[in-house]
Every structure is written in C-alpha cells, then in structure tokens.
Design a protein around this ligand. Structure first.
Ligand code: FAD
Ligand code: DHB
Length: 391
C-alpha cells in the first residue's frame, strides 16, 4: 500500500488530521490497533475550548456539536463553604463547550466514513521504518498477515503507549516527566447535573469535580491515592464522598445521586517529549505529551497540534515547501508548554498533598483567583482562551 501521509492511531488527533489533510487534497491511510467500536466508546475528555470549537466548525464538524453541546460561560471554584463563579465570557470574551470526546470521535468517524477514508482497524505490531530517509514506511499485521504502508511522511498519533514516540532515538529526544502522588476516580452517572456549570472543589479530604455530559448525564471525579482499586469504592461511598467534598457546607445546595454506569481510576502525570518531529516522523497529541486532566487540556492540545501539523504537511507534500514542517515542533511546543504549565498549576492548586503548608498556600491562591480580576483573567485566558497558535 502507498499513501501520502501514513497516520498511526485513529483517536481524535489521527482522525482530525486525516480530515484536515483531505480538505487540502492530501491522501492518508490510518492504522489503528483497536476496533472501531472500542475507539468510539472510550470515555475520556469532556470540555472543548473556544478555539477547538471554532476549528471543528470551520472543518465542517460543528453540526452535532451545535445541537448537543452545552455552552458554558465559566466554572465554579470552591473551598469549603464558598463557591465562586468565574465568568470567562466576561473576563476574556470566550466560552467553553461541554461536548464529550466520544461525541467528537463519532463526528470524526462519520465524516471520514462519508469520505471513504481508509482506516485499518485491529492492526497489530505497528512499527515505523526508515524515518530519516525519503521513503519512510509503516509495517503491521492484520489477521496474522504482514502488511506494509509506504508514505511520504508518517504522523504518529498513537497516544502514550504507541510505537511512534519510542521510535525517536534516545540520542535525539529529550523527555520531561512528572508523576503526581494522587489519581482521579471518575464516574459517569445517569442523573441530571446538580449544577449549571462545572465545579472544581478544593476540600481537606481531597479534590472533587462535578462535570457533565448532557442534561441527563453527570461526570464526577474524586481525588484518590495512587493505586486505588476501584472495587474498594462502593457506589454509596462514592456519592457520600462527592456530596461532602462538593458542597455539604454550601447553603441550600445538595448533590443529586443516581445510577453509576461507569467508574475507573486515572493516574495523573505530565510528560513532554521533544522534538515533536524526527526526520519524516511527526508526533501529535498524546504521542508527544500528556497533561494531568485538571485543566481539561488533553483533547484540546491534540486538536491544536493537528491544526498546526495539517497545513505544514500540506505545504511539504503539495508545494515541496518545508518551512512550516521545519517549524512544526517549535510552533506546537509553545502551546504544549503553556498548557503543561497551566495543567500543573490547576492540579497543584486543587489537590491535597498532605502538607499543611501547601494547603494554606492553595487556599490563599484560590482566594486570590476568586477575588482579583487580574488573577481570574489569567485562569480564564488559559482555560478558555488560548489561540491555536501561540508563541
Ligand atoms: P488517543 O486518544 O490516545 O488516540 C491514540 C490512538 O492510537 C488510539 O485510538 C489507540 O488505540 C491508537 N494506538 C495506540 N497504540 C497503537 C499502535 N501500536 N498501533 C496503532 N494504533 C495505536 N483529557 C481531558 O482533557 N479531560 C479528561 O477528562 C480526560 N480524561 C482522560 C481519561 C483517560 C483514561 C485517558 C487515557 C485520557 C484522558 N484525557 C482527558 C486525555 C485525552 O483523552 C487525550 O489527550 C486525547 O485522547 C488525545 O488524543 P490522541 O488522539 O492524541 O490520543
Ligand atoms: C472533564 C474533565 C476534566 O479534566 C476537566 O478539567 C473538566 C471536565 C470531564 O470529563 O467532563
């Protein structure tokens, strides 16, 4: 098989890249390890930034988003007894949208299917070859049969466990990593949200967050110790902890409980691998970087990478102009590091570390963000307002 861009991974980064390339007349083939059903049903991110929404709309992927998505003006930041609303629209003129990654993935799959995009699902043992030559290729097996895909360039969109990031030699790459001493227990529940906008709550028992997927489905998170076994949290215990941390002490407010349909524990880490390009291999999304979820940046960063990569690959392939491709890693990393810092900052401000000194600083910081327009504007700009290209 031969194509112009071989894309490894059919997550949001890989699917959106193929969509944007196709709009510019560049062919791609996507190689994915899992089944289509598995990729469609993974429950992950829930919030789209303003610029992600604009990009999806401009790429013709905004119809369901406009109908099913829920626009939020801001978030609530909370300490025991005090809930403060930050209005991003008022602060920076930009909103965010509740629209689950599963919905983004559905839109992408439908659009690529309508365009007859070739996606090879259940491809095992994907590996990249000859990435520093003009003839890079990808090998994999399907039903035990060896396959080879030749391309002009390879886009590694295969997340944190795929082969692409590992294909960059140790002598070339640099890795920055931070493992956090806590995880999130996330639940999806068939119950109407008890809040109109997301609540991020600092609490001595640990951070809690109230998000949502629709008017009838809530998404909630609890800070738990690393290596927590999800089975050690009964549904009753989960609702009790959520209720305590989210607002037992907020006058007149109570958390509505309901049937939990999914629960899982998510470890938290920050990870950046540079450069995001080696020869003819370009990394995008989680293949190059991971953020802890507190700032809702993972999916948005994957979208932002691809918005820089697609025109760069188009110029390289169609006009033989390497300028944007040569700049890709540097350009994308400006935003990656900004979001890496913001995600670390939100995480550090809201999670209990066990150190009483940290707890005082966190509460001071939260009071500042809740009372100073300048501080609130900084949070709002990062949460809702980053343009796709910064630097
Ligand atoms: P992915 O979505 O990981 O897609 C990579 C694709 O590559 C996958 O389909 C995978 O199957 C495929 N692949 C992997 N290995 C191979 C291989 N060897 N061969 C072929 N294909 C391969 N972000 C937030 O902002 N908020 C959240 O609440 C949030 N929750 C998350 C929960 C979990 C459990 C995880 C893992 C991530 C979460 N994220 C969250 C992060 C967000 O989902 C990711 O940043 C986003 O999915 C990145 O998209 P991507 O396309 O780069 O990578
Ligand atoms: C969601 C996840 C996040 O990490 C976040 O900051 C906001 C919302 C969510 O899953 O809805």
């Amino acid at each position: 098989m031969r194509t112009q861009v071989a894309i490894i991974g059919a997550g949001p980064a890989g699917m959106l890249l193929s969509h944007l390339l196709a709009a510019d007349g560049v062919d791609s083939v996507i190689v994915e390890a899992r089944t289509e059903q598995y990729v469609l049903s993974r429950i992950r991110a829930g919030i789209l930034e303003h610029s992600s929404v604009e990009l999806l709309r401009s790429a013709g992927l905004g119809d369901r988003l406009s109908h099913k998505g829920i626009e939020h003006r801001g978030i609530y930041l909370q300490t025991p007894g005090e809930r403060h609303h930050l209005d991003f629209v008022d602060l920076v003129g930009r909103s965010v949208w509740v629209y689950g990654q599963t919905e983004v993935q559905k839109d992408l799959v439908a659009a690529r299917r309508a365009a007859d995009q070739q996606i090879i699902y259940q491809a095992a043992d994907a590996a990249v070859h000859d990435i520093t030559t003009d003839r890079p290729y990808v090998t994999f097996t399907v039903d035990g049969k060896a396959q080879r895909l030749d391309a002009e360039v390879i886009a590694g969109c295969d997340g944190s466990f795929g082969p692409s990031r590992a294909a960059v030699p140790q002598t070339v790459k640099q890795v920055w990593e931070k493992i956090y001493p806590y995880s999130w227990l996330g639940v999806l529940a068939d119950v109407a949200p008890s809040t109109d906008e997301l609540i991020y709550a600092w609490h001595p028992d640990g951070f809690a967050m109230h998000s949502m997927r629709s008017q009838t489905v809530s998404r909630l998170y609890l800070q738990v110790p690393n290596d927590t076994d999800v089975k050690s949290w009964s549904h009753e215990r989960i609702w009790e902890a959520l209720s305590t941390r989210l607002g037992a002490s907020i006058d007149g407010w109570s958390l509505q409980a309901g049937p939990i349909t999914e629960s899982s524990v998510l470890p938290m880490r920050s990870y950046v691998q540079t450069p995001m390009r080696h020869g003819k291999l370009f990394l995008a999304g989680d293949a190059a970087h991971i953020v802890p979820p507190t700032g809702a940046k993972g999916l948005n960063l994957a979208i932002a990478d691809v918005s820089v990569l697609a025109p760069a690959l188009t110029a390289l392939i169609k006009k033989n102009d390497p300028t944007l491709a040569d700049d890709y890693s540097h350009t994308a990393l400006q935003r990656v590091w900004r979001c890496t810092h913001f995600s670390w900052w939100m995480t550090s401000m809201l999670h209990i570390s066990g150190d009483p000194f940290d707890a005082q600083l966190q509460q001071s910081q939260l009071r500042w963000v809740s009372s100073s327009r300048a501080a609130a504007t900084g949070l709002a700009e990062n949460y809702a307002g980053l343009p796709l290209h910064i630097g």
